[in-house]
Design a protein around this ligand. Structure first.
Ligand SMILES: *[C@@H]1O[C@H](CO)[C@@H](O)[C@H](O)[C@H]1NC(C)=O
Ligand SMILES: *[C@@H]1O[C@H](CO)[C@@H](O)[C@H](O)[C@H]1NC(C)=O
Ligand SMILES: *[C@@H]1O[C@H](CO)[C@@H](O)[C@H](O)[C@H]1NC(C)=O
Ligand SMILES: *[C@@H]1O[C@H](CO)[C@@H](O)[C@H](O)[C@H]1NC(C)=O
Ligand SMILES: *[C@@H]1O[C@H](CO)[C@@H](O)[C@H](O)[C@H]1NC(C)=O
Ligand SMILES: *[C@@H]1O[C@H](CO)[C@@H](O)[C@H](O)[C@H]1NC(C)=O
Ligand SMILES: *[C@@H]1O[C@H](CO)[C@@H](O)[C@H](O)[C@H]1NC(C)=O
Length: 572
């Protein structure tokens, strides 16, 4: 009998695929799409994604959402939301109501769900309020050819593993808040277009020569402050404007024979622009405006490339005559040379002294700036030392006071916890455990926020077997994180309404306090009510120390005792 059923199943299997045809997505992909909708907090653009019966691959393309499928899998997913990041200037890594997704959004879970769409070739998620650091695991989307996450609230570094995505050709992360150094660009791939404009990227070793297929490079609107980067020969469009690049224009740039568009305006470049930049065979647009370029262009017998249509050398320190090929009346070029000291009879030229004087002045202000920096550095250090001193005095006052009343507290703790059956023997091991704790915390990673899912997983949905005890500061559970490390999780009842950002800041601050009498806090999880966005429950995740741990958790209690300054820090 069993054999027969097996036979029927085998017979049916190919047919089921046939019947499904190209029309139906694999179950896992359907689930992933619906889960993405949930992660993105049900944006109205995805209203047509009803449930598992939705024919995702047959939804008509719109200006907001496009899906393409091949062989029961999504190969292209494009969603355009209505939460542009451009209107936000002040983002500090915390959600902003109506502009980012809420506090319960987890970038990590989101990307985990995305990676279940294993056949994705094109992924474009723009203006969706996505916030958080971009996790390294994004590289698991190994079929990706085009990734566009523009106009969101991503910060931190561009994950190094992105460079292992060999198929990727276009990477666009414009208008985000990436604020680390640029250090990933040893692509072995065919990356042709890299756009990171309008972020907060800082300096790193900028060398793009390994990107031999690169055609388009846009790093404009960041905080890059080195010399201009060396770039591969095949580039067609280069935008490095609105940074703080300094030094001279590299002569390497005069070898970029394919270059059509170069914008290095609004930097701190100095020296004479190389004449051969103007005569590159394919150059059509050249913008050198608002730098500190100096010297006389007329010195050269400057010739212009045949394709040159737009030149902006305005607002520099150029002197001498304007080369004839840049004289806008001599052809159909658009040339802006105002704001220099050129010896031509036109408006908007400064007297020669301006350019000479400015060069000197700029140099001296640079020196003055340097001096200013070191003075403010010293002042800053002094202020920090004074503040630390004050903080030390305050903490010491409380601490010394606490020492005197330690007996009292210990008694109180015993009282509190005798109800939950903690033996006094364990409590008496306090000092010893404190020391272990102290040693244990030194190499700890910084505080992080956990998702409720993670905590559910760690404690088997807060199962009874994970329950350690209950004190006046909430229930305590034991758990095991994904990496295998053991933790204790305290669920704090919240009676007050918190301002979420404030709460998070305080939790972060709390985690930074390491004290021999306190168990280290590894992180926290804030559960938010769906309806009004207020805080429902707060979980604190401590490191777990077996043997005598209850005493350590008593220090957890001390943490929440209103007599202790740290508590006030939290409740403010
Ligand atoms: C979807 O595709 C259409 C044309 O195929 C295009 O006009 C539209 O902009 C695309 N939508 C998104 C969100 O990319
Ligand atoms: C980047 O921004 C985040 C959020 O504002 C901040 O927490 C982090 O310290 C910043 N990192 C760097 C390297 O500046
Ligand atoms: C958020 O948007 C809703 C409706 O779109 C509006 O009622 C509410 O006042 C907005 N809140 C803020 C803080 O802008
Ligand atoms: C780059 O592209 C070429 C052809 O377009 C292909 O043969 C090669 O495998 C690609 N290289 C990588 C690393 O994907
Ligand atoms: C210059 O551009 C033309 C098309 O505009 C192209 O055919 C030619 O190959 C380019 N030359 C170089 C050296 O890139
Ligand atoms: C410019 O051209 C003239 C003749 O056309 C020549 O005498 C002069 O040396 C050239 N100047 C430079 C700097 O090449
Ligand atoms: C030329 O450049 C100056 C300074 O950068 C600017 O104020 C002016 O608007 C520009 N003129 C044109 C016609 O673009």
């Amino acid at each position: 009998m069993e054999n027969y059923s097996l036979f029927f199943i085998l017979l049916w299997l190919p047919w089921s695929f046939f019947i499904l045809g190209d029309s139906q997505l694999l179950n896992s992909q359907t689930q992933a799409l619906l889960q993405l909708k949930k992660h993105l907090e049900y944006p109205k653009q995805l209203d047509s994604w009803y449930d598992r019966r939705t024919m995702f691959c047959f939804l008509p393309p719109s200006s907001k959402v496009n899906i393409s499928c091949e062989f029961h899998s999504v190969t292209e997913l494009k969603i355009m939301g209505d939460k542009p990041s451009i209107e936000v200037t002040d983002f500090h890594g915390f959600p902003i109501p109506n502009q980012t997704l809420s506090l319960s959004f987890s970038m990590d879970s989101f990307v985990t769900t995305l990676t279940r769409l294993t056949s994705l070739k094109v992924l474009s998620l723009v203006s969706l309020g996505i916030w958080g650091p971009l996790p390294n695991k994004i590289h698991r989307l190994s079929s990706l050819e085009c990734l566009d996450l523009s106009s969101n609230f991503l910060f931190g570094s561009i994950p190094p593993k992105v460079s292992t995505m060999v198929k990727i050709q276009t990477l666009v992360l414009d208008d985000n808040f990436f604020n680390d150094t640029v250090h990933v660009f040893d692509f072995t791939s065919n990356l042709t277009s890299l756009s990171l404009k309008n972020n907060k990227l800082k300096q790193g070793p900028l060398d793009f020569t390994s990107l031999t297929h690169l055609k388009v490079l846009d790093l404009s609107g960041n905080r890059l402050y080195s010399h201009l980067p060396t770039i591969p020969k095949g580039l067609i469009m280069v935008s490095l404007n609105r940074n703080s690049f300094n030094g001279e224009i590299p002569t390497q740039y005069t070898l970029l024979t394919h270059l059509q568009h170069l914008d290095i305006s609004f930097n701190n470049l100095i020296g004479i622009p190389p004449a051969s930049l103007f005569s590159l065979p394919n150059i059509s647009s050249l913008n050198l405006a608002s730098n500190m370029l100096s010297g006389s262009l007329g010195y050269y017998n400057l010739t212009c490339g045949n394709n040159l249509e737009f030149v902006d050398i305005s607002d520099n320190r150029l002197t001498g005559s304007l080369p004839s090929c840049l004289n806008s009346e001599s052809g159909n070029k658009v040339v802006n040379f105002s704001g220099n000291c050129l010896s031509i009879d036109r408006h908007h030229q400064h007297p020669l002294s301006y350019c000479r004087y400015k060069v000197h002045k700029d140099q001296s202000t640079q020196n003055a700036n340097g001096l200013g920096v070191s003075v403010s550095l010293i002042v800053g250090i002094v202020v920090i030392i004074v503040l630390l001193g004050i903080a030390f005095v305050i903490i010491c006052r409380h601490y010394c006071h606490r020492r005197i009343s330690e007996q009292h507290l210990l008694h109180k703790s015993v009282h509190e916890n005798s109800a939950t059956g903690f033996s006094s023997e364990i409590l008496n091991n306090a000092r010893y455990i404190s020391e272990t704790t102290k040693l244990g915390t030194q190499g700890l990673p910084p505080c992080r926020s956990f998702t409720l899912e993670e905590l559910n997983e760690a404690t088997n949905n807060f199962d009874n077997s994970a329950f350690l005890g209950e004190g006046s500061y909430g229930k305590l559970y034991k758990g095991r994180l994904e990496g295998g490390s053991q933790v204790a999780i305290r669920c704090l009842p919240t009676t007050k309404k918190y301002w979420i950002r404030n709460l998070k800041l305080r939790l972060d601050m709390l985690a930074k306090i390491r004290h021999p009498h306190l168990v280290a806090i590894l992180g926290h999880c804030i559960e938010v009510k769906q309806d009004d966005g207020s805080v429902n429950r707060v979980f604190l995740v401590y490191e777990y120390i077996p043997n005598g741990n209850f005493r350590s958790y008593l220090s957890g209690n001390i943490l929440w005792n209103s007599k202790f300054p740290i508590f006030r820090l939290f409740y403010g």
